[in-house]
Design a protein around this ligand. Structure first.
Ligand SMILES: NC(=O)c1ccc[n+]([C@@H]2O[C@H](COP(=O)([O-])OP(=O)(O)OC[C@H]3O[C@@H](n4cnc5c(N)ncnc54)[C@H](OP(=O)(O)O)[C@@H]3O)[C@@H](O)[C@H]2O)c1
Length: 270
C-alpha cells in the first residue's frame, strides 16, 4: 500500500544555473517539492528562497561537489530515504581543445561528474523507486553523445556513455513501473560555454534551443515514458542523420566545427 504520509519530491543536480535551474523553476511552478544540488550554496539558497516565495513549495538545499566521493555519498544518502519521485541527473561540464594538451586532471574530473556521479545517483534512486514501482529519472546527455566529437573528445565520450547507459536502464526500469529518459540537448545558452572555454559566436544559430524548451520537452517525454528526448527539430534531424551518414564524415564535420570554437578559447571556469 502506498505511504500517503510521504510527499514525493524531485531532486535536481546542477540546479544553481542553466538547464538545472530551469528544471527547478518549472517543477516548483508545477507545485513540486524539491531538493536542489550543486556546489554553490549561495546560489542554491537564493533560488530556494525565490521558489518557496513564488510557489509555496518545500525546497531543500544540498550543497555538494559531485566530482568527489563525499559529495556523491551525501546525495546518495538523501536518495536512500525513498521519497524522491523524480531524479534529474543534470550536473555536468565539458572541456574543449586538443586532448593531449588539456590538463588530465580536469578531463578525469569531467568523467567523475558526468559519468561516475550519474551512475551512482541513478543506482541510489532506482532501488527505492523499484520497491515502490513508481518514479522517474532524467539523465542529461547531449546531441554530442550521438557521435565522436574531436576537440571535445572526453565530453562527447561521457555523453555517449550517458546515452547508452540510460537507454539500457529505460528497458530494465519499465519492467518495474519506473521511467528512465535521456535528455539530449543541442546547444543552449547557459554557463556551459564559458565552463567549456568554447567560443560559439560563429556557430550557426539554427540548432540553439532555450532552457524552457529543453526542460518542457524533457518533462513531457518523461511523463510519456519516452526513452530519449531531443529538443529542437534540427537537433533531432542531426541525431538521426548519424545513422546513415558514413561515420568518418560525421566525426570530421563535428571536428571541423569544434576545432574552430575551441581555438578561440577563453579561460575555463570551475
Ligand atoms: N548548454 C548546452 O549547450 C548543453 C548542451 C548539451 C548538454 N548540456 C548538458 O546540460 C547539463 C547542464 O549544463 P548547463 O548547460 O545548464 O551548464 P551550466 O549553466 O554551466 O550548469 C552546470 C551546473 O552543474 C553544476 N556543477 C558543475 N560542476 C559540479 C560539481 N562538481 N558538483 C555539483 N554540481 C556541479 C553547476 O553548479 P555549481 O557550479 O554551483 O556546482 C551548475 O549548476 C550538463 O550535463 C551539460 O553537459 C548542455
Amino acid at each position: 500500500m502506498a505511504d500517503h504520509t510521504v510527499r514525493p519530491i524531485a531532486l535536481v543536480t546542477g540546479a544553481s544555473s542553466g538547464i538545472g535551474r530551469g528544471f527547478a523553476s518549472r517543477l516548483a511552478h508545477d507545485g513540486q517539492d524539491l531538493v536542489l544540488v550543486a556546489r554553490r550554496r549561495d546560489a542554491l539558497d537564493a533560488l530556494a528562497a525565490e521558489l518557496r516565495a513564488a510557489n509555496g513549495v518545500g525546497v531543500e538545499v544540498l550543497a555538494a561537489d559531485l566530482a568527489t566521493d563525499a559529495g556523491v555519498a551525501a546525495v546518495e544518502q538523501r536518495l536512500a530515504s525513498g521519497d524522491i519521485e523524480l531524479l534529474v541527473n543534470n550536473a555536468g561540464f565539458g572541456t574543449s581543445g586538443e586532448f593531449a594538451e588539456l590538463p588530465l586532471e580536469r578531463e578525469l574530473r569531467q568523467i567523475d561528474l558526468n559519468v561516475r556521479a550519474l551512475v551512482r545517483l541513478s543506482h541510489a534512486a532506482l532501488t527505492p523507486m523499484y520497491a515502490r514501482r513508481r518514479g522517474a529519472v532524467i539523465n542529461v546527455a547531449s546531441t554530442g553523445g550521438f557521435q565522436p566529437v574531436p576537440y571535445m573528445a572526453t565530453y562527447a565520450g561521457t555523453k555517449a556513455f550517458v546515452l547508452h547507459f540510460s537507454e539500457a536502464l529505460h528497458e530494465e526500469a519499465a519492467r518495474h513501473g519506473v521511467t528512465v529518459t535521456c535528455l539530449c540537448p543541442g546547444p543552449v545558452k547557459t554557463g556551459f560555454q564559458d565552463a567549456a572555454a568554447l567560443d560559439v559566436s560563429r556557430m550557426p544559430s539554427l540548432g540553439w534551443t532555450s532552457v524552457d524548451e529543453v526542460v518542457g520537452q524533457a518533462l513531457s517525454a518523461a511523463r510519456r515514458r519516452r526513452a530519449i528526448a531531443i529538443p529542437g527539430a534540427l537537433n533531432r534531424a542531426t541525431a538521426a542523420s548519424v545513422g546513415f551518414i558514413p561515420r568518418f564524415l560525421t566525426r570530421r564535420i563535428a571536428g571541423s566545427m569544434f576545432r574552430d570554437a575551441a581555438a578561440r578559447r577563453q579561460a575555463p571556469r570551475g
